[in-house]
Design a protein around this ligand. Structure first.
Ligand code: CP
Length: 303
């Protein structure tokens, strides 16, 4: 008799329980220290990027190669039959018959759920519009744990474009599972959506909204900076960064203060801070590899 095992997708970070998040973080540490060779030998990853990417696409593809598997896919949807009018649903259904697991990015909010419904193999959301980017959140949590040895008890400022940054929306959901104090810093027009704030209220998390970065810096252990998501703006909205973190700000921070950024950055993080011990964003980007190896191996059931 064939036993049917339900496929696991990762569309929202809350598709994982806290226990499962912790398991992936532990496995990421093992991957960082050296994984079992050929853990995913014979597995094929379909890398389906309908929107530009450097880190997510290349780290997922590298992760699959490092696990002994192989990769098919595209980074320009104009080369697929969607350019002839094929629906997203049909496209993803077909691709899922050629691969064992799929990673998917798309400019539209909610597109990852449509793709996951179409796919009969596990589908990983690598960012859908302004909605979510759950694997970035696992990288963020892994990096925070590595930097501070804990997530609980931290005071965390999240700054920049809180309205459109999908990395923020997934991170806030995940942090609601921990005991943290959050400070949201943005211009009013780029504030955290009410839905995210209401979820935090329901969980009883302490948080506050601010427009000035400088006044919050002395209170926090960690700043999570984001870029203005100009590709999601209406043409008439202003595109300049509402706040810039420069070397001068470092005179106001606690010892042990760290800065994360999902990258790419524009002008919100001055490169003059890159060589200070506070800058942890390149380390965060490098952590994409072990964390995405852990995600692939977990969803494929190879661990
Ligand atoms: N952080 C992130 O998702 O980067 P890319 O857009 O380069 O994948």
């Amino acid at each position: 008799m064939t036993t049917y095992v339900q496929k696991r997708d990762l569309v929202s970070i809350l598709d994982l329980s806290k226990e499962e998040i912790e398991q992936i973080l532990s496995l990421s540490t093992e991957m960082k220290n050296g994984c079992t060779p050929d853990l995913c030998k014979g597995d094929i990853l379909a890398s389906c990027f309908f929107e530009p990417s450097t880190r997510s696409r290349l780290s997922f593809e590298s992760a699959m190669h490092r696990l002994g598997g192989s990769v098919i896919g595209f980074s320009d949807s104009a080369t697929t039959s969607t350019a002839k009018g094929e629906t997203l649903y049909d496209t993803m259904r077909i691709i899922s018959s050629y691969a064992d697991i799929l990673v998917f990015r798309h400019p539209q909010d909610g597109a990852a759920r449509v793709a996951a419904d179409a796919s009969d193999k596990p589908l990983i959301n690598a960012g859908d519009g302004a909605n979510q980017h759950p694997t970035q959140t696992l990288i963020d949590l892994f990096t925070i744990r590595h930097l501070f040895d804990t997530i609980d008890g931290l005071h965390i400022a999240i700054a920049g474009d809180l309205k459109y940054a999908r990395t923020v929306h997934s991170l806030v959901k995940a942090l609601s599972l921990y005991s943290v104090r959050l400070y949201f810093i943005s211009p009013e027009m780029l504030q955290l959506p009410d839905q995210n704030a209401n979820e935090l209220r329901k969980k009883g998390l302490k948080f506050s909204f601010h427009e000035c970065l400088t006044e919050i810096l002395p209170k926090v252990d960690l700043l999570y900076m984001t870029r203005i998501q100009k590709e999601r703006f209406l043409p008439l909205m202003p595109l300049t960064a509402p706040m810039v973190f420069s070397r001068a700000h470092l005179t106001k921070v606690k010892s042990g203060f760290r800065i994360l950024h999902p990258l790419p950055r524009k002008d919100e993080l001055d490169p003059s801070i890159d060589d200070t011990p506070h800058a942890a964003y390149f380390q965060q980007a490098a952590n994409a590899l072990p964390v995405r190896m852990a995600i692939l191996a977990s969803l494929l059931g190879r661990v």
